[in-house]
Design a protein around this ligand. Structure first.
Ligand SMILES: C[S@@+](CC[C@H](N)C(=O)[O-])C[C@H]1O[C@@H](n2cnc3c(N)ncnc32)[C@H](O)[C@@H]1O
Length: 239
């Protein structure tokens, strides 16, 4: 199994470099493609006026800007990402839209100093941690009593033919993929995706109460208080 530190290093290299630059170039197209899932995520998150929110792996701000509008001037969003180019694009878009209640930070939410949040959200940003359980535990420690966490991530690549077919077609002509991209599906990862049970296990082992994921890849938690959970399953929405 790949070393978690090596996975994190590979991810930083990818997202600060070519991965981040490509995403910035294609941001508008990607946001439109993922809009049905992002909209479901935002509906489930139901950010309220005045809330403090952490957006994990915010990228160019696909979810951040809508959440910033929802929490309003009395609320605040901490938008964390490891990709400088993507954060810069998010900040540029926020300024263009007159949104000023977002703190854009180049930081890893798995280890960064975090505040107390009412809501933690992620639009496909929780799939890359070297040690997912430790990362979820750290984020949970930054959740206020009764806070919610809602995220979306992909299920295994074998259940995503839109990803698998082109990857299989080109893999014979490309160098081997980095370990972080090709590890087994025992972790949340872009290559392996996540089985609902694995997401549930990571969230539950991190101490989240009632990580309830009915065939889906999203969760919510209420630390120390038990409570409701929700989920969004990008693979099942269009069936
Ligand atoms: C698939 S993109 C999604 C971006 C954005 N949430 C969106 O919906 O457009 C994944 C994002 O996660 C970020 N990321 C990867 N590993 C991360 C980590 N350990 N901490 C914070 N962000 C991370 C990447 O830089 C990238 O912006």
């Amino acid at each position: 199994m790949a070393d978690p530190e090596q996975i994190n290093a590979d991810q930083r290299t990818f997202w600060k470099g070519q991965g981040g630059r490509t995403w910035v170039t294609r941001q508008e197209h990607t946001d439109i493609t993922l809009a049905p899932v992002s909209e479901a995520l935002l509906a489930l998150a139901a950010a309220r006026s005045g809330e403090r929110v952490l957006d994990v792996g915010c990228g160019c701000g696909a979810s951040t800007l809508d959440i910033a509008r929802a929490v309003g001037r009395s609320g605040r969003v901490a938008a964390l990402d490891i990709s400088g180019p993507m954060l810069a694009e998010g900040q540029r878009r926020a300024e263009g839209a007159g949104i000023a209640n977002v703190d854009w930070q180049e930081a890893d939410p798995a280890t960064a100093a975090l505040g107390g949040y009412d809501l933690l959200v992620s639009n496909f940003g929780v799939m890359f941690f070297g040690d997912p359980v430790a990362a979820f535990a750290h984020m949970r420690s930054a959740a206020r009593l009764g806070a919610r966490m809602v995220f979306v991530c992909w299920r295994p690549v074998t259940e995503n033919p839109w990803m698998k077919v082109p990857m299989d077609a080109v893999s014979a002509h490309l160098p081997p993929r980095p370990a972080a991209m090709s590890r087994s599906r025992s972790r949340l990862s872009i290559r392996g995706g996540a089985q609902p049970a694995e997401v549930s296990t990571s969230a539950t082992r991190s101490g989240s109460a009632k990580a309830n994921i009915p065939g889906a890849c999203g969760t919510a938690f209420r630390p120390r208080a038990g409570g409701g959970c929700g989920s969004v399953d990008p693979n099942r929405r269009r069936q």
